[in-house]
Design a protein around this ligand. Sequence first.
Ligand SMILES: [Zn+2]
Length: 104
Amino acid sequence: MSEQTCPFCKTQLDAEATVCHGCQAFQGIGRGGANGTVRQPHEVKAIAILFYTLCGLGVILFVVALSMGGQDSWIGIALAIIGFAGGRFNGWRSENNIQWFRKQ
Ligand SMILES: [Zn+2]
């Protein structure tokens, strides 16, 4: 099993650790600082799932609109594209944008 080092106090931590037992720093996604929102990776993953749900709803809306003559089917397409893009973006963030933050 690989290890990681807390960037603040240099404590050795398990690779899976999300909180430093040395200084209580924690892993999260966000800008941090006084005004930034730090989210937990599982929260960002949940946002990704919400977006994918929106994408699925968009597809359903599109199919329904098509079956009713095609009017307003662009709303379904737009929802599906936004949902897919948002899902991909937040899914990517939940895996690749994790940083350590100091407890405030
Ligand atoms: Zn630490």
